[in-house]
Write a protein that binds this ligand. Sequence first.
Ligand SMILES: *Cc1c(COP(=O)(O)O)cnc(C)c1O
Length: 431
Amino acid sequence: MLTEEILCKQFGVSKTVYNYVMKIEEEIKEKFHQIEKIREYNQYKVINAMQEHRLDYTNFYWNTGYGYDDVGREKVEKIYASVFNTEDALVRPSIASGTHALYLTLSGILQHGDELISISGRPYDTMLTVLGEEGNEPGNLKEAGIIYKEVPLYNNDIDWESAIKEITLKTKLLMIQRSTGYSFRPALTIPKIKNAIEKIRQVYPDIYIMVDNCYGEFINELEPSDVGADLVVGSLIKNPGGGIALSGGYIAGKKVLIDRIANRLTAPGVGKEVGLTFGTTRNTLQGLFFAPHIVSEALKGALLFGGVYKSLGFEITPTLDEERSDTIQAIKFNNKDMVIKMCEAVQAAAPVDGHVSPVPWEMPGYTNKVIMAAGAFVSGSSIELSADAPMREPYVVYIQGGLFYDHVKLGVMLSLEKMMEFEEIKSKIHL
Ligand SMILES: *Cc1c(COP(=O)(O)O)cnc(C)c1O
């Protein structure tokens, strides 16, 4: 009773909305078991990696200047390499974002005249500027003489047959984006990624394959690097930072490739040996320790959002029964006002900046205006509950994150309360 009271009195949730969400929760709860199983495995995987590398308290100290002999920094990278089952890793607070990590990877490996093929269709918005597919930013990959091609997905899967046909003598690297990004398709699952890599490797055993793993970490027991990817790349203010990491990005993969990328990050000959951590080691590792649990909370929350809006007749992706491979729940509203209301509600549920209202704005790196709701302890962190939508047809909201399921549930209730302003939704809830 107390819970219902605080929701109604303090947050303005009506009894109708409360009961409706509780009913849907009962229906989706059976799916929590699978999420918890994966969480448990990944939790042990992370602890095991920390023990294997004898993490100790003194590793959280940091130094100054070049950052030579920073044992903590080296352990972070070893632990990441173990978790992702790779030879080496580069994990740095100085990698400013996921996009930066991806750009660093591509520009570290590709040289003038090399070809890069995205085999998961059109990549995430910010990558288009990096590639030089949009805008004409100095330093983009097109300017550096890198040839770029795309192979669209076929039936929400990698079209590996077409990918094989597209590969030429110049092709050096294939790029796979695991997550939905701003498209309306389910994320590529580990079995799909595995199958495509195996098929391509039968013909081209030596071609490099990189996976943009953003939002995908700890969703499955396996990571793309467990099933043949040479490199996995992501952001620490998404899944693997567990809501605790303050900034950073990671790249895990084959040592020869990590060495090249490290030379790009700092300087040839200097590579991984320098780079101050500014005391972030403890946060980075505590975040990694939290990550499997936090991801499981976010996934439960995504199911609740999906369950509620599916029941109201909206198209969702992934569907409730589809295998999930990222933390994103996309809901198609076909209605601009609903999109804005949804983002306002997610903002209103936030522990930080809960009193402000998001508005669509021109974000750097994005072509359309974007509305973003996020009241995060770490600015821009999308492992914390956030909702965003590019202001374009068919008006899809992408909801992701949530450090705690209870918080996401509050977001669901507040969103539904706001949606009651729309007659078509109100009538369905009262049925
Ligand atoms: C978030 C994301 C990125 C990188 O975004 P940043 O905001 O730069 O961290 C790249 N690819 C995908 C699929 C993403 O979800």
